[in-house]
Design a protein around this ligand. Structure first.
Ligand code: GLC
Length: 711
């Protein structure tokens, strides 16, 4: 049915709706199958029956959505409900947490995981997912760093766009919802819901690009963040939601606020009461109110009083009804209430296979002294640690309808692959000592040939409202690690977490260290495959691991400063008690074997305006096994009208090289790669020298220079 029919149908429906019913479409209420906010709606069913609710979150399954849909269709104008849920890294088949999946740097894989999540969510009655989370973050204290793609806006932009394509591009699309707009990842002191304050330049250079990329990829909806922007809550920030998002970025979808964010303007001290909240938020450009119920209760009177124009309400309602039309809800509101379809796609072999591959590629090998890894499958292994047999902590935060019973723990993985003895001992609880367990763990270590120690965070220790001032392993786990190290046995440290950890005191002591994030339903199996070498690790960090929490916030793409660090200059940018750089930097990740980088050549060395420069890097594999690596390209503009970062990621390529193979790979740089926000924050390119750097992480880089000629 064409656009004309859609417009005619929706206009006719709108024309029959009362103001209360129109405002009802702007009301998003939470059902009770999950809890993602404090407030619980009153008269939930009554409001649905009366047509005073347009969408529901935290309800899924064919049966549960059918029941509510039937209620909604019994209302006077039988407008179907939109069902949304936090499917952010899978629905029933759970993929690695987004920060882990990002470490694959594999956009095709990431898109496939979003597409699979869409298939499973749609089969469970859902139309809308609150994903991708595109908040850039440089502070691992913030628990929600787990939900995003890390610290780099260039890579984060590509990942957010890939997820939007995956969610919205398939046969059973779901509407994507890019969040949290905007700047939420810069919450001060890494404390959730804390204030955010930054320059417009930092917004444009660091935080806006991934949101913009998701919008440009066609995201149907945007979710506002809890924080202030220039002193005004994002949900009521007209500059953000109308001037920037709609006018400058040409966003044609609609805006939903985060959970009770409209009402929380009273706490921010920018609104006196719910009427004031509703007036400010709706006028600013928020279309749908998640769980404050301020729109539903206040907008009719605000329209009657002439504060809000009913035409503006009509426009918002049309945007929301348009999504319902596009998703087929007016054709068949029960199309997604199909138990047989749900049973056929949930945890299907194709999705489990995809989850296994995603977990493999998310795992990062942080160190591997003396090539202790991979281990022999015949080795006797003491598998020790409070997370060694945890299935639920493989799923991570926001695991939607994921069920730990469907997941493999590390112990499951090792038992499935080992041909030797596996001795399992927890050693302690996640955050609680147990002397007897500690003794058993030491005994197991003494008995075995090698120890695999699985430590880290339970899924409650990160995610929303789960920030930490101390991002080391819990003390009981550090004591367990010390006891195991005293046995003198070869030991592999495996860490599970939702954030970069402060591993300085731990990983220095271990020959080998693997970070597996929360690797998802197939995580335990994938981890064992990496440890046994059935899959060589290829993950690369998208967020650096600090040496000390006191370094945070930190980023590899820092500005050079007027007194850049110089080891022999006291008056230079430094700490007295810690180096400036990360323990494991952005882009870091080892593999079994290595690829060596040769000469980096640039051609031409003078780039004409609107021309290009080709960077060619020589590679070789001197070892006896095939090696897959991700070669990264960074750029620096050392002299510009504003201070530019010491380096910025501008390209990467995954390469697989056979033993003894030599080859070159090339990257083509154009003005688009050199551009940065100018005085009016539109992209500009300035002539002058540029430095190109290439390497296998953001450190230890080959470099060469070219000049971009003036117009
Ligand atoms: C939560 C989160 C947001 C989520 C929403 C709905 O408070 O901030 O990410 O999508 O509420 O659950």
């Amino acid at each position: 049915m064409g656009a004309m029919q859609k417009e005619a149908f929706l206009r006719e429906l709108l024309g029959r709706m009362s103001l209360a019913e129109k405002v009802g479409q702007l009301n998003l209420l939470a059902g009770g199958m999950d809890s993602t906010g404090m407030k619980i709606p009153e008269n939930f069913a009554r409001k649905i029956r009366d047509g005073r609710c347009g969408a529901v979150l935290n309800v899924y399954t064919p049966a549960a959505t059918r029941e509510l849909q039937e209620m909604a269709l019994a209302a006077p104008h039988a407008i179907p409900l939109l069902f949304g849920y936090d499917v952010i890294h899978g629905h029933r088949t759970i993929f690695p947490i987004p920060l882990g999946l990002a470490c694959s740097w594999n956009l095709e894989l990431i898109e496939k995981t979003a597409a699979a999540a869409a298939v499973e969510a749609a089969a469970d009655g859902l139309h809308w997912v609150f994903s991708p989370m595109a908040d850039v973050c440089q502070d691992a204290r913030w628990g929600r760093v787990a939900e995003g793609a890390g610290e780099d806006p260039w890579l984060g932009s590509r990942i957010a766009a890939a997820m939007v394509r995956g969610y919205q591009g398939g046969e059973n699309p779901v509407a994507a919802c890019v969040k949290h707009f905007a700047l939420y990842g810069a919450s001060k002191a890494g404390r959730d819901y804390h204030e955010v304050d930054m320059s417009r330049r930092e917004m444009e250079e660091t935080h806006f690009p991934p949101y913009r990329a998701a919008v440009d990829a066609g995201a149907r909806t945007v979710m506002t963040s809890f924080n202030l922007i220039d002193g005004i809550p994002a949900s009521a920030n007209r500059w953000l939601l109308t001037d920037l998002l709609r006018r400058r970025w040409c966003f044609t979808g609609w805006v939903v606020t985060d959970y009770t964010a409209v009402g929380e303007m009273k706490n921010h001290g920018t609104a006196a009461d719910d009427a004031d909240c509703a007036a400010q938020a709706f006028s600013a450009g928020a279309d749908m109110d998640m769980m404050s119920e301020a729109f539903e209760t206040e907008l009719p009177e605000l329209v009657a009083a002439g504060v809000i124009d009913e035409a503006a309400v009509d426009a918002a309602v049309m945007r929301i009804l348009g999504t319902k039309w596009d998703l087929g809800l007016f054709d068949d509101p029960f199309a997604r209430c199909d138990e047989a379809r749900a049973a056929s796609v949930h945890l299907c072999s194709a999705h489990r296979k995809l989850a296994r591959q995603a977990a493999r590629e998310s795992i990062v090998l942080l160190k591997n002294d003396d090539d202790l890894l991979p281990l022999s499958r015949d080795a006797s292994i003491a598998l020790i640690g409070p997370l060694a047999d945890s299935r639920r902590d493989m799923l991570g935060c926001w695991h939607a309808a994921g069920d730990e019973r469907d997941a493999s723990s590390p112990l499951d993985g090792f038992r499935a692959l080992s041909r030797g003895e596996i001795l399992h001992a927890p050693g302690c609880r996640v955050a609680e000592e147990n002397p007897a367990w500690l003794a058993d763990a030491v005994a197991a270590a003494n008995h075995a040939e090698v120890v695999v120690l699985v430590l880290g965070e339970s899924l409650e220790m990160y995610g929303e409202a789960a920030c930490r001032t101390d991002i080391r392993l819990p003390e009981c786990q550090r004591l367990l690690a010390d006891a195991i190290l005293e046995t003198g046995k070869p030991c592999v440290l495996v860490t599970i977490s939702g954030r970069p950890l402060e591993l300085t005191d731990s990983s220095d002591c271990f020959q080998s260290s693997i970070h597996a994030w929360a690797p998802g339903t197939e995580g335990g199996r994938a981890l064992a495959e990496v440890v046994y070498g059935q899959f060589s690790p290829i993950g690369k960090l998208t967020m650096g691991f600090p040496r000390r929490v006191g370094q945070l916030p930190m980023t590899y793409r820092e500005k050079p400063a007027g007194r850049p660090f110089q080891s022999d200059v006291s008056y230079s940018s430094r700490y007295l008690d810690c180096p400036n750089d990360a323990l494991f930097p952005f882009g870091h990740g080892l593999t079994y074997g290595k690829i060596e980088l040769g000469e980096l050549r640039l051609e031409p060395v003078e780039m004409p305006p609107a021309g290009s420069v080709t960077a060619t890097i020589a590679l070789s594999n001197p070892g006896a096994r095939a090696v897959t690596e991700t070669v990264q390209l960074y750029l620096r503009d050392p002299v510009a009208s504003v201070s530019r970062p010491v380096k910025e990621l501008r390209g990467y390529r995954r390469v697989t090289m056979e033993p003894g193979e030599e080859r070159t790979i090339s990257f083509v740089l154009t003005d688009a790669d050199l551009a940065f926000p100018g005085p009016d924050f539109e992209p500009i390119v300035e002539p002058g020298g540029f430095e190109v750097m290439a390497g296998l992480c953001s450190r230890h880089l080959r470099s060469a220079r070219f000049v971009r000629l003036a117009q």
